[in-house]
Design a binder for this molecule. Structure first.
Ligand SMILES: C[S@@+](CC[C@H](N)C(=O)[O-])C[C@H]1O[C@@H](n2cnc3c(N)ncnc32)[C@H](O)[C@@H]1O
Length: 245
């Protein structure tokens, strides 16, 4: 792959085209995103997110940045933890996902700052947040190393990064997981969201994402210390955590 090319699922595309293609996926799925999440994971994504929040150690008064926050699941849970003295920023590059998220939070009585921004160019000062989270977002970014450096920059010394992402599944489960991802997922996407292609991209992008050890090394390379991960559901997802020194 040449310097200015990257992956969009299994396809090789110009770097300049990837963000647009990812944007089309999330504009298309935004309205059905939450129902599809529950359906595709049989509700498990709730447990993965619960574990993420508990691992973060968020406490009253903390400042939290939820990157690629989409429809706001993590922001909602963080807001409860940090209370009125804390701050949670729901951010995402995609206006459709963000407006679903903002409305959901407002419906729950949570008034939190919302900002449309690219994780690769965060509009926040250095050393500002106690916690940065990114759930199922890193996989979609063009320059993952640059995004990780930005996450490191905006964290205070001692601050934590939590990356919740699909990862490499336990090998004996791979055939069944492949069948599920490449046959059933696009079928469900077509049925519920009238969009098989976006869910085909989901399955492909998961396979192209760095595995547990590679992502851990990428976090260390971005400047994090004590980077480590915890597999969930046999490695279907992993929660990586790193600290800014
Ligand atoms: C699968 S959704 C995850 C939403 C939410 N975090 C959750 O766990 O339900 C991925 C999100 O990543 C966002 N995203 C993709 N590239 C991004 C980027 N460069 N910067 C910020 N957000 C991005 C998409 O717009 C989308 O809302």
């Amino acid at each position: 792959m040449s310097d200015n090319q990257t992956h969009f699922g299994f396809k090789t595309v110009n770097e300049s085209d990837k963000a647009q293609k990812v944007a089309e996926v999330f504009h298309s799925v935004a309205q059905k995103y939450d129902v599809m999440n529950d359906l595709m994971s049989a509700g498990l994504h709730r447990a993965w997110k619960f574990f993420t929040i508990e691992t973060s150690g968020a406490k009253p008064g903390d400042k939290v940045l939820d990157i690629a926050g989409g429809t706001g699941d993590l922001s909602k849970a963080f807001a409860k933890k940090v209370g009125k003295t804390g701050q949670v920023w729901l951010t995402d590059i995609n206006s459709s996902m963000l407006s679903v998220g903002r409305d959901r939070l407002l419906d729950k009585g949570i008034a939190t700052p919302v900002a449309q921004c690219d994780a690769e160019k965060l509009p926040f000062p250095d050393n500002y947040f106690d916690i940065v989270s990114v759930a199922f977002g890193l996989r979609n970014m063009t320059h993952k190393d640059g995004a990780l450096k930005e996450m490191h920059r905006v964290l205070k010394p001692g601050g934590r990064l939590l990356v919740l992402e699909f990862s490499k599944v336990w090998t004996p489960l791979k055939p069944a997981y492949d069948l599920y991802s490449f046959k059933l997922l696009p079928f469900m996407g077509k049925l519920v969201a009238n969009d098989a292609d976006s869910y085909q991209y989901l399955a492909e992008s998961i396979r192209m994402h760095p595995d547990q050890e590679t992502l851990k090394q990428m976090m260390l390379d971005a400047g994090f210390i004590r980077a480590d991960y915890h597999n969930m559901s046999a490695g279907v997802v992993a929660l990586h955590k790193g600290i800014k020194a």
